[in-house]
Design a binder for this molecule. Structure first.
Ligand code: G6P
Ligand code: ZN
Length: 559
């Protein structure tokens, strides 16, 4: 029976969306009414616009995704939504959701993912709301959702609504005398069509098959058992003609097969080790929900995300989408190395530096000032949607390879020869205790913002760095003038090198300290990053007293 129940509930503490939605252990989400509360607050945050609206629902297929999708279907029914587009089995990659919202002019989308965090009953789940531009909700909306969650008294649901989301098709209901439609859609079709509009698939197919070069491209695309599996098969095998063994881990699994679905040198180890043996021209991996990417070349030559962004920026003319829509400005998040700035300068484009989080790019894109952006956290994307897009990044790299006729390492070397090189590394100290980390950041902020800090010199080995600027980064959005403060401690030296510290906003327990090191060299571009950056790392550890505060002598992850 399709009747609306109003269920009494009480607020849960801590339903505060982080950098990218609410992420908690599955066990937290499955507490009585926990998910219901948060979904109701998302719906309520839309106010009157919700009545009669279209929403998109889907996620990365991790544990609890399907149940959550079904719950959302029943709650949307009770809250006046007119229509839902739901990925088959609740599956849609994050970029696919963004694309669907924009294509269908939906009011927004509910994305069920904890992105790159491990999945399974003992691990993480997440819920994120994306707005009508297809991008993650801005701070004002997520703050509103949080405020609502602190005072929620009831939620609405149609308990009797039966649906089988494993079957593609249209399901029609009548709720309170009004029609309610749930369309279960093919998870990949719209996204694949969108990619075909952006890239020259014919050219790429010839390139991958070796028709142009006489040599088939050897690729190893690793979906890490995340959502991209079915997208990868459709795009790289079926559309581009790569051989079956060119793709691996393409069955999305609820616990990602025990893999940590984060495409970096530590967690995509199998890919790195396999490509290191020398049999492949390109290796790539994605995170659980398909928005992050890592690119490596022959013998696992690592492309930093900061360099990846700069190289794509430098070659946009080889992608039909940009030929058609023009090239507006570029952007990166503050901790991302500034390689793209140099390309922007040469091409006479605006370059923006925003806080960490893809949501900060949205306004600039909507205002027509930004077409390409990226983050050090393995995110690359363009204004074709309002999320970063892992598969898009690989297609962009294939286009650049095809266009230049060069391998990945040679593309990077040529780039550095023109622009110089931003050596970059990130140290992560995961699952630290929160209190001492907060104390460390507070102490450091006090020290580095003291007027005596600017002009100070620090020496390590044969290198001396003099402080030019030091602050806790804040950002005023050029479009809506909204202000984001305390976005990370930043020490900029006279030669442009930088040390950045911030606490992760995407963890689900404890604190993760991130230390980012960015050092620019005009001529000395072929060094080893770990050696080149050692002096600055030592200085960063000295300034922060990180070992003393965290009790850690080594990072958990280095990227
Ligand atoms: C997510 C966001 C990214 C952001 C990253 C930062 O992936 O989509 O835009 O860069 O989180 O994560 P962190 O753990 O450093 O807050
Ligand atoms: Zn992700």
């Amino acid at each position: 029976m399709s009747t609306v129940s109003v269920v009494a509930t009480k607020p849960y503490e801590g339903q505060k969306p982080g950098t990218s939605g609410l992420r908690k252990k599955v066990k937290v989400f499955t507490q009585q009414n926990y998910t219901e509360n948060f979904v109701q607050c998302i719906l309520d945050a839309n106010g009157a616009a919700l009545e009669g609206a279209l929403l998109v629902v889907g996620g990365d297929g991790r544990y609890y995704c399907k149940e959550a999708a079904e719950l959302i279907i029943r709650m949307c029914a009770a809250n006046g939504v007119a229509k839902l587009l739901v990925g088959q089995n609740g599956i849609l990659s994050t970029p696919a959701v963004s694309s669907l919202i924009r294509k269908h002019k939906a009011l927004g989308g509910i994305v069920l993912t904890a992105s790159h965090n491990p999945g399974g009953p003992e691990n993480d789940f997440g819920i994120k709301f994306n707005c009508e531009n297809g991008g993650p909700a801005p701070d004002a909306v997520t703050n509103n959702i949080y405020q609502l969650s602190t005072a929620i008294k009831e939620y609405k649901i149609v308990n009797g609504l039966e649906i089988d989301i494993s079957k593609i098709g249209t399901n029609k209901y009548e709720i309170n005398g009004k029609p309610y439609v749930v369309e279960v859609i093919d998870s990949v079709a719209n996204y694949v069509a969108h990619m075909k509009e952006i890239f020259d698939f014919e050219k790429l197919r010839d390139f991958v098959s070796g028709k142009t070069s006489g040599k088939p491209l050897k690729m190893r695309i690793d979906s890490l058992n995340g959502v991209t599996g079915s997208y990868v098969r459709e795009i790289f095998l079926n559309a581009l003609g790569a051989p079956e063994n060119g793709v691996v881990h393409t069955t999305p699994l609820p616990d990602f097969g025990g893999l940590h679905p984060d495409p970096n040198l530590t967690y995509a180890k199998d890919l790195v080790e396999t490509v290191a043996q020398g049999d492949y021209d390109i290796g790539a991996a994605f995170d659980g929900d398909g928005d992050r990417n890592m690119i490596i070349g022959h013998r696992a030559f690592f492309v930093t995300p900061s360099d990846s962004l700069a190289v794509i920026a430098n070659n946009l003319e080889c992608i039909p989408y940009f030929k058609k829509n023009g090239v507006q400005g570029f952007a990166r998040s503050m901790p991302t190395a500034s390689a793209v700035d140099l390309v922007g300068k040469k091409l006479g484009k605006e370059v923006f530096e925003v806080p960490t989080g893809w949501k900060y790019f949205g306004n600039l894109m909507d205002a027509g000032r930004l077409c390409l952006c990226g983050e050090e956290s393995f995110g690359t994307g363009s204004n074709h949607i309002r999320e970063k897009d892992g598969i898009w990044a690989v297609l962009a790299w294939l286009s650049v390879m095809e266009h230049t006729g060069k391998g990945i390492e040679d593309i990077l070397k040529a780039h550095w020869a023109t622009y110089g090189r931003n050596y970059f590394t990130r140290y992560d100290y995961e699952e630290c205790e929160l209190e001492p980390c907060n104390e460390m950041i507070a102490t450091m902020e006090k020290n580095i913002t003291d007027s005596s800090f600017v002009g100070k010199s620090f020496t390590s080995g044969d290198k001396t760095y003099k402080v030019k600027v030091a602050d806790n980064f804040s950002y005023t959005d050029p479009v809506d003038k909204s202000l984001a403060t305390k976005q990370g401690l930043r020490i900029v030296f006279e030669d442009g090198s930088r040390i950045v510290f911030r606490l992760s906003g995407t963890g689900s327990s404890g604190a993760t300290v991130r230390l980012y090191i960015d050092s620019y060299e005009k001529d000395n571009v072929l060094g080893q990053a770990s050696v080149m950056l050692k002096p600055l790392i030592d200085i960063a550890l000295e300034i922060s007293q990180l070992p003393k505060f965290t009790g850690r002598n080594a990072p958990t992850v280095i990227t």
